[in-house]
Design a binder for this molecule. Structure first.
Ligand SMILES: Cc1cc2nc3c(=O)[nH]c(=O)nc-3n(C[C@H](O)[C@H](O)[C@H](O)COP(=O)(O)OP(=O)(O)OC[C@H]3O[C@@H](n4cnc5c(N)ncnc54)[C@H](O)[C@@H]3O)c2cc1C
Length: 417
């Protein structure tokens, strides 16, 4: 069924009896051409682009829990293309262009809102870095405007400009950046992939990867073994565990990142704002909740929940920049397990096992990457060639020292990616 205003009207006057589940719930078949491990944003987007761009539909996405239950439904929903590192700039630029046509492509309202992202700076040195980054964004074909203090005050009047510990010097404004509703992105890709014939199998944990003579032949799962000619691993915070099933030791650490939401308030924040001197960034959801996040908890764990020390750290930064937030009541906090790579950039590559492909290392920034990553990973799996926008996301850069790791090793610095 195609979603449209007419459909809402037609269903409304006929008792809403015609709606169908957004995707099927098939039993796993014994064999597929391609198995994607992980039903997060990246896995579902990969399945969609495999079917749409390459006509490959004998595909299964295997998800150990439910679709959208991982980081894709736990993030703070920021979508942007304001990267400065060669390799990353062109990839995120490609991804943002896909976002801009995504709702039409998926026939699904993912509530993509280009409300603008403003990265504040608080010193002359930070202003120079912001100007440099803005120029790189413009050179890449994206948009950037350098705001001075008065420019910030005009559009962000609720920040503290006068009593604050770190004065606001200005901000780098990226008007095409913004937000999207995170779980709707998972649902939209799931529905679109299902409509083209992809099997989405939930409650199906992969417990082993079958390899014969250096070639992948299938996977073991909690719902039986499934043969496959090609297998893609795209499991975010569980990447090291799943890759270990194929004998791989990845340069990935899993850490918890926390987010918070307040009670619903009247519209007050029109943009996404990031603080340049602390671990705090904020936007307002369409329901009115103030959504904000902070830094990683460096005590490594697979627990997808937050803890008080990190909450205090984030709230302290929030109160420094925006004391008015102290009036709002916090409703919920939660955590997600991040796949952190040493240089802050992702991996989209083949592996030493023929037919086995890897997509991971998205760190804090994998939500905005969802369409780009799905497109590039599908291209790699279908053609065995890297997509031009993701050509530098090679796994061997950590062994050779070439690529993003080398001259541009600044990627591991939080505010650079
Ligand atoms: C608090 C927080 C805030 C964030 N904010 C932003 C942001 O504002 N902007 C941004 O761009 N990014 C943000 N991110 C990062 C972004 O959410 C992630 O990088 C991205 O969602 C990861 O990719 P994914 O969606 O495919 O992951 P997931 O949704 O985690 O998908 C991986 C899936 O693999 C499944 N899986 C794992 N092991 C197995 C197995 N053995 N068998 C079968 N299935 C398995 C998991 O159950 C999971 O559903 C944030 C993350 C968090 C936690």
């Amino acid at each position: 069924m195609r979603y449209s205003g007419w459909q809402v009207l037609a269903q409304g006057i006929t008792g809403n009896r015609g709606w169908r589940p957004a995707w099927r719930d098939p039993a796993p078949k014994g064999a597929y051409d391609i198995v994607i491990i992980g039903g997060g944003g990246h896995g579902l987007a990969t399945a969609h682009y495999l079917a749409k761009r390459h006509g490959l539909t004998n595909v299964a996405v295997l998800e150990k829990g439910y679709l959208g239950g991982g980081n894709v439904g736990r993030n703070t929903t920021i979508v942007r293309a304001n990267y400065g590192l060669p390799g990353n700039s062109e990839f995120y630029s490609h991804s943002l262009k896909l976002w801009e046509g995504l709702e039409q492509d998926l026939n699904y309202n993912v509530m993509h809102s280009q409300r603008g992202v403003i990265n504040l700076f608080h010193s002359d040195g930070q202003r120079d870095a912001a100007a440099r980054r803005g120029n790189m964004m413009i050179a890449q074909g994206d948009d950037a405007i350098l705001l001075d203090r008065d420019g910030c005050r005009e559009i962000l009047p609720y920040l503290d400009y006068d009593q604050t510990r770190f004065p606001i010097y200005g901000g780098l404004y990226h008007p095409r950046g913004g937000t999207a509703r995170h779980d709707a992105v998972a649902w939209g890709f799931a529905r679109a992939a299902d409509r083209r014939g992809v099997d989405l199998i939930q409650n199906c944990e992969v417990t082993g990867i079958d390899i014969e003579n250096g070639r992948v032949t299938g996977v073991q799962t909690t719902r039986g073994s499934i043969r496959a000619k090609k297998v893609g691993i795209v499991v975010a915070g569980r990447s090291s565990q799943v890759a270990a099933m194929a004998g791989m030791r990845l340069p990935i650490e899993s850490h918890i990142l926390q987010a918070f939401v307040t009670e619903g308030l009247k519209p007050v924040i029109d943009h996404v704002v990031t603080y340049g001197m602390g671990h705090f960034y904020i936007s307002q959801s369409d329901k009115g909740g103030l959504v904000f996040g902070g830094d990683l908890d460096f005590y490594a764990s697979y627990a997808a929940r937050g803890n008080l020390p990190m909450a205090e750290h984030v709230v302290e930064a929030a109160m420094t920049l925006m004391p008015v937030i102290g009036q709002a009541r916090m409703l919920r906090s939660w955590g997600g397990i991040m796949d952190m790579s040493p240089d802050g950039s992702p991996i989209i590559d083949r592996t030493h096992v023929e037919g086995l492909y890897l997509n991971c290392g998205w760190c804090y920034g994998g939500f905005k990457a969802v369409p780009g990553s799905g497109d590039c990973f599908a291209h790699l799996i279908a053609t065995d060639q890297p997509h031009p926008a993701a050509a530098r996301y090679r796994l061997d850069r950590f062994a050779t020292g070439h690529g993003l790791m080398d001259e541009e090793g600044t990627g591991s610095q939080h505010n650079l990616h």
